[in-house]
Design a protein around this ligand. Structure first.
Ligand SMILES: [Zn+2]
Length: 245
């Protein structure tokens, strides 16, 4: 039994292995997370060239010889769909791209595919190429929020996540799954109006049109997103750099 798999993939991680090989962590639209070895990839005359670095969007042909004994596929060929050269020129964009790939790797750890998560990551990398603002804290939080939605972990923002009250929403509770009212705020932290408005706008708008907010509101929004990921996806997201917030 063997199989050959032709798929688009984004390189999340690229690890040196042995004398000349690389092990890639890939995210694919239809197969979720895959690991694959690229044999001889670090030789100077490798047919893969430099295209097995993180953030490369590839069209790959992968081969699995013995499905029962190993989850590691072999990269047969890889063509570049998008190298994401521009984002590599700017430290902040490079850092944001690494955090985006890390968040996808943590939230979508298993082989369960999520085409929306794949397309969201591809979109995020294109925006990081095109627009310096995409490396800012507000944009990165909007990306994370949409990633939570793709994973099925949408926080409740319209009414109290505990009792359904529509007014007096003053806190956010990761355990309750969203904003909470004054009566239910025991397990919550304070969430100001600006942070609440930011989360609502970030959910509703396209990623390219992510809202802005003051640093204090962004810190609250980050905490809401992080606690949602911890309570519901059981995943810790890397904190955003403080300078960017
Ligand atoms: Zn309530």
């Amino acid at each position: 039994m063997s199989r050959s798999l032709r798929t688009e993939a984004i390189v999340l991680r690229s690890i040196r292995y042995g004398e000349a090989d690389r092990i890639l962590h890939l995210y694919t639209p239809e197969h979720g997370r895959l690991s694959a070895i690229a044999k001889g990839a670090r030789r100077t005359k490798s047919r893969f060239g430099a295209r097995l670095e993180p953030f490369f969007h590839l069209q790959t042909l992968l081969w699995q010889s013995r499905p029962s004994t190993s989850d590691l596929l072999t990269v047969t060929s890889a063509e570049t769909l998008d190298a994401h050269g521009p984002l590599r020129e700017r430290a902040a964009a490079l850092d944001a791209a690494a955090r985006a790939c890390d968040a996808v790797a943590r939230l979508f750890e298993t082989g369960d595919p999520s085409p929306p998560a794949f397309h969201l990551l591809a979109n995020e990398l294109r925006l990081l190429d095109a627009d310096a603002r995409a490396a800012g804290a507000a944009h990165q939080l909007a990306f994370r929020l949409k990633l939570l939605v793709a994973g099925g972990f949408t926080p409740q923002l319209a009414h109290c996540a505990a009792c359904g009250e529509a007014d007096h929403l003053v806190g956010f509770s990761g355990a309750a799954g969203g904003v909470v009212c004054t009566a239910c705020e025991a397990s919550a932290f304070p969430l100001g109006q600006e942070a609440h408005a930011f989360l609502v706008a970030a959910l509703g708008r396209p990623l390219a049109d992510a809202p802005e907010a003051a640093p204090r509101a962004l810190r609250q929004a980050e905490r809401a997103i992080s606690e949602t990921a911890e309570h519901h996806a059981h995943v810790r997201l890397r904190p955003l750099p403080r300078a960017a917030a």
